[in-house]
Design a protein around this ligand. Sequence first.
Ligand code: ING
Length: 314
Amino acid sequence: MTRRLIAAAAQMGPISRSETRESCVRRMIEMMREAAAKGARFIVFPELALTSFFPRWIIDDQAERDQWYEEQMPNPAVKPLFDMAAKLGVGFNLGYAEKTQEDGATRYFNTAILVDANGKICGKYRKVHLPGHKEPQPGRRHQHLEKRYFEQGNLGFPVTPMMDCRMGMLICNDRRWPEGWRVLALQAAELVCLGYNTPNDHSGFPEVDALADFHHVLSMQSGSYLNSVWSIATAKCGNEEGSSMIGNSVIVAPSGEVIAQSQTLEDEVICADMDLDMATQYRQTFFDFARHRAPECYGLITHRKGASPDPDDS
Ligand code: ING
């Protein structure tokens, strides 16, 4: 008897700077209902799904900056989404900006949670790979200040058993770094959920921007195939406050095949009926980690940060 999970990516079109949380939640509830009507029992929403992608702006006033974060989860604006999930009996993955008190200090993270079919939070992840810059970059039409507005995640890469599936989370830029995928796969993750906001007009290199969609899908297909996991990548996309962001939300099988792919740059639901045991054939052969991996040869990966030709570099 194979384990099956019908899952969905609930892609969101642009969220304007003035759009309220309540409006975003209404859009997400609409898509949650559409996904459930298609048989989905689990839904992945985008990164920072409750607000516009504010790291594109220089926001020096702390009070103004704080308005972009959630101090509780759920909170009154988001609770209707949790309630609808419980009513429909669906679980979901949600990305948001988190402001919290930890170790006697105010901390800010780019966060994602897993919520089960009873509306209970059962997993949390804080984005480890923060792209962009800490300081505003001169001459840019749009900034990318995630290193300014968020700390590096401090929860590792947790795997949560949920809905008869071992679920892991990554966020956006994490998909470009194989280490996070592998840490999840080494914990026997079966599904990797990932929301993203990916501009294709920020790099300053038009030839790179032109490949943004290709690099996104390539990262998801390789992450899934090399780690024998299902993955669901959900975009917030379209022209958001003048910044162009890619769509191409995808659901990818452990074979690396794209099973479902969005076609628009708007709110759009895509679904896939995932065979959670499909990965077994890969994990028992080409990607039998216990039989083929050689951790004793991988030391550099954990103790060297940057690339160097000097063998004596740390
Ligand atoms: N966004 C982008 C991402 O990794 C980026 C940043 C864009 C990196 C284009 C490289 C190229 O998809 C976030 N939010 O991480």
